[in-house]
Design a protein around this ligand. Structure first.
Ligand SMILES: C[S@@+](CC[C@H](N)C(=O)[O-])C[C@H]1O[C@@H](n2cnc3c(N)ncnc32)[C@H](O)[C@@H]1O
Length: 350
């Protein structure tokens, strides 16, 4: 299942300069006013709703970090961190919803410990399981709680994506399509490119609900076309698996013959077509553009054909635009420097 790993990596953050499209997050420098409210969402508890028409790539919320949990930390250690928080933050965290209780801890704890705080140790764990976001991979973070963003309900075809936070610690939620005033803002809790039965099993086991989005309703025409798209997408990961590492990037670039590189490039092209077909999948394109860029550079190094370098520059430009929408401004800037070098024909160290 090595091919699955690149799929598990998700998205992320922000702006745009010079020759690169600035549309994504020009507003980031400006004062940000929230465009959402939290209210009841029938059948789902509370939810987040847009209060204004919100265009694609606009920020819906920037929510400050409330609490952070680390991998490997035991629940008492975590609780000791929690009790250091200001009392209102603690109270608000304890109001977050608990989707699925792993243990009937209330019964155990009521019997064993008389104090409410001991109960909260376990409750905090369940709150984390239900609500925590993870943005950065491989950081040792188990998850982060945000008081507003944690009210966003799930959809397998969400209209908003979390983006990397550019070091502020805030969680930024960005519209991945135009959202109408009063429409519910949704995000995906799971790998949205997984087939329906896998998504449903994960949602039911971890969060205890059955997703009712059009992609999960077998009677909905959209569901069929979307499932076909997801299966085709899986095939592109399988087709190129032997050439790629766990991050979906070319393994030992120098080793492959030109024909193999062309095959990988074709698989990346197909993947990009599929990902750009639907707004809920677009956030995956960044990784794909970057992977495809590396393949184009490897092709250029083998044959020094000008069209391969032009293809690489085009893909790097797309990567930079995607960085600005879903990931880090700093990474986008360093890619821009690379772009300038390649434009001058300097491929040393690429
Ligand atoms: C992170 S919370 C979202 C906010 C929550 N609705 C609340 O009232 O605080 C996750 C919980 O919301 C509910 N939920 C989220 N998405 C849902 C959906 N699509 N259908 C039904 N319930 C959902 C589930 O109870 C889930 O455990």
């Amino acid at each position: 299942m090595a091919w699955l790993k690149p799929m598990l990596k998700l998205q992320s953050a922000s702006r745009a300069p010079s020759r690169f499209a600035r549309s994504a997050a020009q507003h980031l420098g400006k004062k940000f006013s929230p465009v959402f409210e939290i209210r009841s969402s029938p059948g789902k508890g509370l939810g987040v709703f847009a209060t204004k028409n919100t265009p694609r790539n606009a920020d819906i919320m920037r929510d400050p970090l409330a609490f952070r949990a680390w991998k490997g930390e035991d629940i008492v250690e975590r609780y000791l961190g929690f009790i250091m928080l200001p009392v209102t933050t603690r109270q608000n965290i304890l109001k977050l919803s608990v989707g699925q209780t792993v243990l009937d801890y209330r019964a155990i704890v009521d019997e064993t410990y008389p104090r409410d705080n001991d109960y909260d140790v376990f409750k905090l764990d369940d709150i984390n399981n239900t609500n925590a976001f993870t943005i950065a991979h491989d950081t040792g973070l188990a998850g982060e709680l945000f008081l507003n963003a944690c009210r966003i309900n799930h959809s397998c075809i969400p209209n908003a994506d979390q983006v990397a936070n550019e070091g502020t610690g805030d969680l930024v939620m960005r519209a991945n399509r135009d959202i109408n005033a009063d429409e519910e803002v949704t995000t995906s809790y799971i790998m949205r490119a997984a087939p329906r039965e896998i998504r449903q099993r994960e949602l039911s086991e971890r969060w205890g609900f059955t997703c009712q989005c059009p992609a999960c309703d077998p009677g909905h025409p959209f569901s069929h076309s979307h499932e076909r798209r997801l299966h085709a997408l899986l095939r592109t990961y399988k087709d190129s698996a032997c050439y790629l590492d766990d991050d979906g990037r070319l393994k030992s670039a120098e080793k492959w013959p030109y024909a193999a590189l062309e095959q990988v490039a074709g698989s990346f092209r197909r993947r990009t077509e599929l990902l750009t077909e639907h707004h809920s999948l677009r956030s995956y394109t960044r990784e794909v553009y970057l992977g495809a860029f590396e393949v184009a550079i490897a092709k250029y190094k083998l044959r020094r054909v000008r069209s391969d370098l032009e293809e690489a520059l085009k893909l790097l430009e797309l990567t930079i635009q995607a960085e600005r929408v879903y990931f880090e401004e700093a990474i986008a800037r360093s890619h821009e420097e690379l772009y300038a070098r390649l434009e001058r024909g300097d491929i040393s160290g690429v």
